[in-house]
Design a protein around this ligand. Structure first.
Ligand code: PLP
Length: 411
């Protein structure tokens, strides 16, 4: 008889955003006339940059002729895109990355989830809390999380980030092997300074741990000081893998493209005690399980690095960051304690005393017709917080803030 991977039965009933979608659908069914404003899921609303559209058209036309048609591409991604990434994202920051250390993917969700395929199931995990749920769920699937008890997995070390510690996670107090860091952070919208990030790199080097660094939102960093890549920190090439996404950088949530950097120096122990480099192992995994991101999408991603592409993408990011500023100001004016939104497209605020994040989410949905994300959905330390995204249309963000203000005054 066929059996299933019983780790999947340990997963929470549904993925956070599916639960929210169900609640929103139920509300919509009962209130068909309500004008909902969706600031919950982190999906973008601005169209793709003209340079990207132009590259897409051109690549599509190439597929129409036998001379320029492309079938299967390299599993690691085309060289033109990998080189554009190195030249655009790393060389200007003084970071050396080799071509064979760049792996193009169909979005960071796939690789942040899949990367643990090549790591032993006996590794212990550390996450900052609250956190993007994919890191935990994919480790539950792989059997690394243990049991879910009192709102947390017993084999995962949680490092809480909240207003009390200024959203700076403390280093683990128990031994850990794999550390997930995501900066700028989803959901809190906060960042880590160079000094703070260095503490983690030093910890990983001293304790033979690997950092899985998710830089999906690095393009939103506004200040000069905050690191865009973990490789800006000395020693990180020996202990960190970095994930990037074009989803939020350039509106690729529908097109699907991102990349992962796996430096050849990052190693982990084999059973016989020898050190194995993760780079060839990941390459082997990709060659077996992944057949590449579509050619036309990779051409579209390449266009982000053209002069016009860079300018256009920057304009869109500025649009969302203006939303973030307007929302921050409006929420702060209502007396709420607001975080994030300065170097990230997420606003994170505290619910009024005694109100849980799911309660606040429900009230906001039913009474102000605004869809948010309850902080508790991102981990135990997210309880008592709400996340709003700045990815909405300007008029929706402004209307949401007007509604929220009126609603807060009435309640
Ligand atoms: N990493 C973080 C922190 C995210 O918030 C998201 C998407 O919301 C992703 C990765 C996934 O991005 P992609 O669309 O590239 O799969």
């Amino acid at each position: 008889m066929a059996t299933i991977n019983s780790n999947f039965l340990k997963l929470q009933k549904s993925y956070l955003f599916s639960t929210i979608a169900q609640k929103v659908s139920a509300f919509k069914a009962n209130n068909p006339d309500a004008q909902l404003i969706r600031l919950g899921i982190g999906d973008v609303t601005r169209p793709l940059a003209p340079a990207v559209i132009e590259a897409l058209h051109k690549a599509v036309d190439e597929q129409a002729s036998a001379d320029t048609f492309r079938g299967y591409g390299p599993e690691q991604g085309y060289e033109f895109l990998r080189q554009a990434i190195i030249d655009g994202d790393f060389t200007p920051r003084g970071i050396n990355i080799d071509l064979d250390e760049v792996f193009i993917n169909d979005g960071a969700k796939s690789d942040t989830g899949n990367f643990v395929d090549i790591l032993g199931t006996d590794n212990t995990i550390c996450v900052t809390d609250p956190i993007y749920p994919v890191y935990i769920d994919t480790n539950v699937m792989a059997g690394r999380a243990g049991n879910f008890e009192e709102g947390a997995w017993d084999r995962i070390a949680y490092s809480p980030c909240n207003a009390e510690n200024n959203f700076i996670p403390a280093l683990p107090t128990t031994p850990v092997d794999l550390i997930y860091l995501c900066y700028p952070n989803n959901p809190t919208g906060t960042t880590l300074s160079r000094t703070e990030l260095k503490r983690w790199v030093d910890y990983a080097l001293a304790n033979d741990a690997i950092i899985l660094y998710d830089a999906a939102y690095e393009a939103y960093i506004q200040d000069e000081e905050t690191p865009h890549s973990i490789y800006e920190i000395e020693g990180a090439r020996a202990c960190a893998v970095e994930f990037h996404s074009f989803s939020k950088t350039a509106g690729f949530t529908g097109l699907r493209c991102g990349y992962t950097i796996v430096p050849k120096e990052v190693t982990a122990k084999a059973k016989d005690g020898s050190r194995v480099s993760l780079n060839p192992l990941w390459n082997r995994r990709q060659c077996t399980k992944f057949n590449g991101t579509p050619y036309i999408v990779q051409r579209a991603a390449e266009a982000i690095y053209s002069e016009a592409g860079k300018r256009q993408v920057r304009e869109t990011i500025d649009y969302y960051m203006t939303n973030a500023r307007l929302m921050r100001e409006a929420l702060t004016a209502t007396g709420l304690q607001v975080f994030g939104g300065e170097n990230a497209p997420y606003i994170w605020f505290k619910t009024p005393a005694g109100v849980s994040s799911w309660e606040f989410f429900e009230s906001l949905l039913h009474e102000a017709h605004i869809v948010s994300t309850p902080g508790a959905g991102f981990g135990p330390a997210g309880e008592g917080y709400i996340r709003l995204t700045a990815f909405g249309r300007r008029e929706d963000c402004e209307e949401a803030m007007r509604r929220l203000k009126t609603w807060m005054q009435q309640s």
